[in-house]
Design a protein around this ligand. Structure first.
Ligand SMILES: Cc1ncc(COP(=O)(O)O)c(C=O)c1O
Length: 368
């Protein structure tokens, strides 16, 4: 079959160093473009030439553009963006500044990411597990009843999970939260770049290195002004998004993220999403018949991340890499302790994957 928008795949591939093997691991960490790599290196060199603080000053306009594009992707403004170090650091900064009372309930999905759960419990909060279907998609009617009867202090929604390429009904959740006044926090670590994230929420956070294909060690937290004004940062004005950033930072990485979001915008977010959805479908169609293996996601789920259960996931993951040069992710149950009872193999190509690369996957998996 032909994947949609082949020109995007070719451009994405041509823009990056040649992969050493078959990279089907973008949900873990994507391959950066040569322009992004050069921009990061250039900023680091500039720091050595003029001094770190002057270099940062000279990058300020560029970073402002990065904030603006990033904010636009999640329906907020440049002034709402705080650069952080990762998705996990974002949620910790947010929860620390929020100061919800100990024991306050925060609604989460059954398949909530372990690090987010740890962040909640570390703050003395009580994760309240929402009703969901067999795929882990939240039961919107049950959520509506909960929000009206015994509203939690907040809803925390991971729009696309780490261990499953299923999109949550964020639009409906957003509507319900707004109607009932319950704050909504959304983890877009796996969603941004793959699905439309321009949906109202009070806080949205994620990371650079996954579907945005930016550098590692950079994340973001975007907060709506009225919500942010009620937070208590360690230092500074709560209303100022910069108060939630660390004073010293990997500025070169932020420059790289700015380039990466610019590349995403130039490629066309809608076309990118269409191609990624087509890739997800192509992967699932090819893997559906491999003896002993089951694809978890519905074939037409609009994401490029596919997970599989199978006979010996740990060995298969290692064998794919060692014998076939195919990089995938091994997701152990600890990643989503409320939902995963056995390991799953995650296959997550980015835009540049070719039909030929996908063709080797099923036989390689079957060969075990
Ligand atoms: C859905 C989700 N949330 C949060 C994280 C944590 O991201 P980070 O490693 O940037 O802290 C991940 C990482 O895989 C993730 O997939």
């Amino acid at each position: 079959m032909t994947l949609p928008h082949p020109e995007l795949g070719a451009a994405w591939r041509a823009a990056r160093p040649r992969p050493a093997g078959v990279h089907l691991d973008s949900a873990a960490c994507s391959r950066q473009s040569t322009k992004v790599l050069d921009a990061v290196a250039h900023h680091a060199r500039h720091e050595a030439e003029v001094g770190g603080y002057l270099a940062e000053e000279s990058a300020e306009m560029l970073l402002q553009q990065g904030r603006s594009v990033l904010a636009g992707l999640v329906g907020m403004a440049a002034a709402d963006v705080s650069f952080t170090e990762s998705a996990s650091s974002s949620v910790r900064i947010l929860l620390d500044a929020w100061r919800l009372p100990a024991g306050a309930r925060v609604a989460v999905l059954p398949g909530e990411y372990h690090g987010n759960l740890a962040g909640l419990t570390h703050e003395g909060l009580e994760p309240q597990v929402l009703a969901a279907d067999d795929l882990g998609r939240v039961d919107v009617d049950a959520l509506a009843r909960l929000l009206r009867s015994t509203p939690p202090a907040a809803v925390h929604l991971t729009a696309v999970a780490s261990h499953r390429g299923v999109v949550q009904p964020w639009v409906e959740v957003s509507r319900l939260c707004r109607a009932t006044g319950v704050p909504l926090v959304v983890d877009v670590a796996q969603a941004l770049g793959q699905v439309d994230c321009d949906i109202p929420a009070d806080a949205v956070y994620g990371t650079s290195r996954k579907w945005m294909a930016g550098p590692r060690g950079v994340g973001f937290l975007v907060t709506r002004p009225a919500f942010r004004a009620g937070l208590t940062p360690v230092q500074g004005d709560p209303a100022d998004a910069l108060s939630y950033e660390t004073h010293d930072a990997h500025v070169a990485g932020r420059v790289g993220l700015t380039l990466a979001v610019g590349e995403h915008l130039a490629a066309g977010p809608v076309a990118v999403r269409e191609r990624l959805a087509g890739i997800g479908r192509a992967v699932r169609e090819r893997l559906a018949g491999v003896p002993g293996w089951q694809v978890v996601e519905p074939v037409d789920e609009p994401t490029a991340a596919t997970t599989l259960t199978g006979p010996d996931v740990v060995t298969a993951h290692a064998r794919l890499r060692a014998e076939h040069g195919i990089l995938t992710t091994l997701c152990l149950p600890a990643r989503a302790p409320g939902e995963l009872s056995a390991p799953v193999l995650r296959v997550s190509p980015h835009l540049d994957v070719t039909d030929a690369e996908l063709d080797v996957l099923a036989p390689a998996l079957a060969a075990g």
